[in-house]
Design a protein around this ligand. Structure first.
Ligand code: UDP
Ligand code: MG
Length: 162
């Protein structure tokens, strides 16, 4: 008797992930991409950009009342940022888990910030914190045509869908 394989209906979502200038300068691009890739998430857009200070202010607009806002925007615009969009089931929430707590002193070992960063002002990576912010951030950083549509050969093995 042929047993039917369980078909998993994957609910895909997308998140915006950026390696900040400290992560780029420290040579951590491959290490960070590798963690998302090995997990089974799919890269749908990537580019290296130096954002203007105005652009950084737009990206962090939610934090404009915070005392660190100006320094944060100066820092984000101080050098190349690797901007990415990753896709997968639960990628927004799980992406944040891979990244770890905002303050690397509180990030668990095994997370990106826990393993690779020490202070909150140089925590090497950004990840969207919810569905709406993910949409807004993807729209801010990427034009629709920069999001690449393709079938990843790994997906059927990651999700068990034929
Ligand atoms: N940040 C900082 N000092 C703080 C809190 C935050 O410099 O006390 C910086 C830090 O780089 C952080 C960014 O501001 O990643 C955005 O803050 P948020 O609370 O959104 O943290 P995240 O979502 O990046 O974990
Ligand atoms: Mg945030």
């Amino acid at each position: 008797m042929i047993q039917e394989q369980e078909v998993h209906a994957a609910e895909m979502e997308r998140t915006f992930i950026a390696i900040k200038p400290d992560g780029v300068q420290r040579g951590l691009i491959a290490e960070i991409i590798s963690r998302f890739e090995r997990k089974g998430f799919k890269l749908v857009a990537v580019k290296l950009v130096v954002p203007s200070k105005e652009f950084a202010q737009k990206h962090y607009h939610d934090l404009k009342e915070r005392p660190f806002f100006n320094g944060l925007c100066d820092f984000l615009s101080s050098g190349p940022v690797l901007a990415m969009v990753w896709e997968g089931e639960g990628v927004i929430k799980y992406g944040r888990k891979l990244i770890g707590a905002t303050d690397p002193q509180k990030s668990e070992p095994g997370t990106i910030r826990g393993d690779l960063a020490v202070v909150v002002g140089r925590n090497i990576i950004h990840g969207s914190d919810g569905l709406e912010t993910a949409k807004d951030e993807i729209n801010l950083w990427f034009k629709p045509e920069e999001l690449v549509s393709y079938t990843s050969n790994a997906q059927k093995w990651v999700y068990g869908v034929n």
